[in-house]
Design a protein around this ligand. Structure first.
Ligand SMILES: Nc1nc2c(c(=O)[nH]1)N=C([C@H](O)[C@H](O)COP(=O)(O)OP(=O)(O)OP(=O)(O)O)CN2
Ligand code: ZN
Length: 126
């Protein structure tokens, strides 16, 4: 039976955000240590049994997260008109990382963004 491999890495960044029009204290600027889990899928392995090197995925994720680190996310162009919610950050990273990592055999399948150990949003395309 054909199978699929899911390869995941997790990286972190720290930044502030405020949810505009949120009915509560999240409307005020506050910070999180965000955790980002990126999953890449592939059907084939190379000659040494690897779908895509964890290190290659981590390098791309770190580069993308560097742009989000230690800033006010509301001031970043992608979040000037939409809220930097976990959902919107996950979709933004999915798009950035897909451009960087997708090949004929490998594609980013999901990005999970966690604000706390118990609260996260995941973006994937169907
Ligand atoms: N679906 C979403 N809901 C909320 C988001 C979000 O991005 N997507 N964001 C927030 C706020 O940013 C808030 O800072 C996070 O709230 P929460 O996870 O509840 O964090 P707390 O530290 O307040 O959690 P407690 O467990 O209640 O201490 C809100 N909602
Ligand atoms: Zn928050």
């Amino acid at each position: 039976m054909p199978g699929i491999f899911e390869i995941s890495v997790e990286e972190h960044f720290s930044s502030a955000h405020a949810l505009r029009d949120y009915p509560g204290n999240c409307e005020h600027l506050h910070g999180h240590n965000w955790a980002v889990r990126v999953t890449v899928e592939c059907k084939e392995l190379n000659e040494i049994g690897i779908g895509i090197d964890f290190r290659e995925v981590k390098e791309s994720v770190r580069e993308a997260l560097h742009r989000l680190d230690h800033i006010n996310l509301n001031e970043l162009p992608p979040f000037q008109d939409i809220n930097p919610s976990s959902e919107n950050i996950a979709r933004y990273l999915y798009s950035e990382l897909s451009r960087k990592l997708n090949t004929e055999t490998v594609r980013v399948s999901r990005v999970r963004v966690s604000e706390t150990p118990t609260s996260s949003a995941t973006y994937r395309e169907i």
